[in-house]
Design a protein. Structure first.
Length: 359
């Protein structure tokens, strides 16, 4: 057996997590084990298994064309500092209780240094329509190589200053920029601080006006795009009061920053009106209004009936127009008309011929 990838030494902060990777090749495919030796001089190597250290240790191994194994440790403490050893062997007797393996386990080691997490003081101040976020880290012996400000996965600002203090300015009000921001102190390891801009719920309706057909199910939706999330949602109807699931006709589904009101079998008289969604968190409350209009089931037929009526009117107009434009037919007359005219013309022609012959 031989290693094709070995674990790398790393520095981490307490409460962080660490992951070590090991890959070995051989014929037959070797087995991989993980062992640990702490910094205590009296401590000896002990094998690690999946679920060790109160389920903070996770080991994932695959054996296909070669062996790969990953060990990850979550929520690190200072006791997790020490030497981690990846061992590989494909000797048939490697795990025998009495026989010694003919081929020794090969080993690859990596040191994990867990450093006590420094304190980071954060602050949000508002002045002249601007928000200023700041972080100050208390780590005199820490080497800082720059700063970075992030919002989710997006990098907002970055510099190469070595100061233990960093700030970021935002134009606008709290309500427009609420959320979780991160200040990152570059170094080994990186130190991250969290700055929260928290406001009361800024509740908005998905649609300010909703339409539904009588007998169908109506769906009204509200959301809260601000931070922190809503802890309690409630729905009200003007002139009715609080709506509850227990009524049988109303179904309310809420999760975090979204709530949905479903009304079964819409009724024109009973359900038409204004509905209010109300969201509450630890900073206050917010609400939005949705206007619901319920249409008759026959309402969908009116456009079709209108088209049919237009077609009938158009056909009637065309028929009348064609009827008036068509000339009257001349009736047949056996006793008079054109026949006598034809006879007179023939007689006149014969008379002229007889005169010419006489001459």
């Amino acid at each position: 057996a031989g290693f094709i990838k070995s674990p790398l030494s790393q520095k981490r902060l307490t409460q962080d997590s660490v992951e070590l990777y090991c890959e070995a090749i051989g014929n037959p495919i070797p087995e991989i084990q993980w062992w640990f030796e702490g910094n205590d001089p009296n401590e000896t190597y002990a094998q690690l298994w999946d679920g060790a250290r109160q389920d903070r240790v996770k080991i994932n191994a695959t054996y296909n064309l070669h062996s790969t194994s990953t060990i990850s440790i979550a929520n690190l403490t200072s006791d997790d500092s020490g030497m981690y050893e990846c061992r590989a062997s494909n000797d048939p007797d490697r795990n025998h209780l009495s026989k010694s393996p003919k081929v020794k386990w090969i080993r690859s080691q990596a040191n994990v240094f867990v450093i006590e997490r420094p304190d980071i003081t954060t602050q949000v101040s508002e002045s002249s329509g601007k928000l200023t976020l700041s972080c100050n880290v208390s780590a005199p012996n820490l080497s800082i190589g720059g700063h970075k400000w992030m919002f989710g996965e997006k990098t907002l600002e970055e510099d190469e200053s070595t100061s233990a203090f960093t700030s970021y300015t935002i134009d606008g009000k709290r309500e427009e920029h609420s959320g979780v921001y991160e200040c990152v102190f570059k170094g080994s390891p990186e130190i991250r601080g969290q700055v929260n801009i928290s406001v009361a719920p800024q509740v908005t309706a998905y649609k300010k006006s909703e339409h539904g057909n009588e007998g169908d199910m109506g769906v009204l939706t509200c959301k809260n795009p601000s931070f922190p999330a809503v802890t309690t949602w409630s729905w009200y109807k003007t002139g009715h009061g609080l709506l509850e699931n227990a009524s049988g006709r109303y179904i309310i589904k809420s999760s975090g920053n979204k709530t949905e009101l479903r009304i079964l079998k819409l009724d024109i008289e009973q359900d038409t009106g204004e509905y209010s969604c109300n969201g509450t968190n630890s900073y206050g409350t917010g609400d939005a209004t949705v206007n619901l209009r319920v249409r008759s089931r026959l309402a969908a037929l009116w456009p079709f009936l209108g088209i049919v009526a237009e077609v009938l009117v158009l056909v009637t107009i065309i028929f009348i127009y064609e009827k008036r434009r068509k000339p009257d037919e001349v009736p047949d007359d056996d006793d008079g008309g054109s026949a006598p005219l034809k006879s007179n013309a023939t007689n006149h022609k014969d008379k002229n011929v007889r005169q010419r012959n006489a001459n």
